[in-house]
Ligand binder design. Structure first.
Ligand code: URA
Length: 298
């Protein structure tokens, strides 16, 4: 519906006779036809797929947005649209989802690194468990102050950590970014520190390095290393680097070697390391350099 005419353009002005109209008679600067053409041809974002626009606006994930479209719960310029591939421009087309108008402005892209505490899950499903998303309540509450007029972002984690695992997890509202860096083709390595109950011997390290079968696939770590003992840390610690990202992969590798895991912490993804001074439950915003270190090719 790019280029589709929207009938409400003129209605957007101030109401005739309203106070604001009386005080500011000509609020909007006039641009020449040539300037408008230049803007439209060179600066305006190109139209995008309806499902992508809904996902970017924080309505739902790309897949769930497609479902909403198929169910006939989305209208574009007054007509029900059941085709997720329809090209739309949120700044021009009038889009409603479940009867609610989609904001013209999309939320800014957010990229955060969280130091996940133990006891938090990375999805928002079950009621009895705390979700890592609750750690962003203040961030979301203060959003309007920092981004006036922008809809609140719909944050989600890139991949998951088990409920008992602590450390680095990336949180974003950018589905493309999440998809790219969590895709196996990104080949990002992940580094974990596993704290072990009991002694660790050479045969344990050999067993871990030989790998184990998870979900019918033989997974071997990139490396495993026993860290030097530290006086303030009585238990042995292993540095384990993997890149497969299968469910409970590190736990399975440790268990399969006959060791008992005490604690597990992720400290690196690709070239991005969890800042050592980032307290549990706290997050930092990622800059362009950090995103590059995570393999983001925007
Ligand atoms: N491997 C695990 O076993 N658990 C995690 O949380 C992450 C990787």
């Amino acid at each position: 519906m790019a280029n589709a005419k929207t009938s409400n353009k003129k209605k957007k002005g101030k109401e005739v006779g309203s106070k604001a109209a009386a005080v500011v008679p000509t609020a909007e600067p006039k641009h020449s036809k040539a300037a408008r053409r230049f803007y439209n041809e060179n600066l305006r974002d190109p139209p995008q797929r309806l499902s992508k626009v809904l996902a970017a606006a924080g309505v739902a994930s790309r897949r769930s947005s497609e479902e909403l479209i198929f169910q006939g719960r989305v209208t574009v310029n007054g007509s029900v649209c059941k085709t997720p591939q329809t090209k739309v421009d949120p700044a021009r087309d009038v889009i409603y989802v479940n009867g609610n108008r989609l904001p013209k402005k999309l939320p800014s892209k957010i990229y955060l690194a969280l130091n996940k505490p133990k006891g938090y899950i990375c999805s928002s499903g079950e009621k009895e468990t705390k979700s890592v998303m609750s750690l962003f309540d203040d961030f979301i509450k203060s959003w309007d102050k920092r981004h006036p007029g922008e809809p609140k972002p719909r944050l989600f984690t890139v991949g998951r950590l088990d409920v008992a695992t602590t450390g680095l997890i990336i949180v974003t509202n950018d589905g493309e970014f999440a998809h790219q860096i969590s895709h196996p083709s990104s080949n990002l390595s992940k580094e974990y520190i596993a704290t072990i109950d009991g002694e660790v011997h050479k045969q344990h390290l050999i067993a871990i390095s030989e790998g184990t079968v998870i979900e019918d696939v033989h997974c071997t770590p990139d490396s495993v290393e026993l860290l030097p003992r530290q006086p303030d840390l009585p238990r042995p610690r292993l540095r384990i680097v993997v890149h497969e990202g299968r469910n409970h992969e590190v736990r399975e590798l440790v268990k399969n070697a006959g060791l008992q895991l005490r604690a597990l912490k992720r400290i690196r993804i690709g070239g991005f390391r969890l800042p050592v001074d980032l307290a549990l439950g706290k997050h930092v915003e990622l800059n362009q350099g950090n995103l590059k270190a995570l393999g983001w090719k925007s």
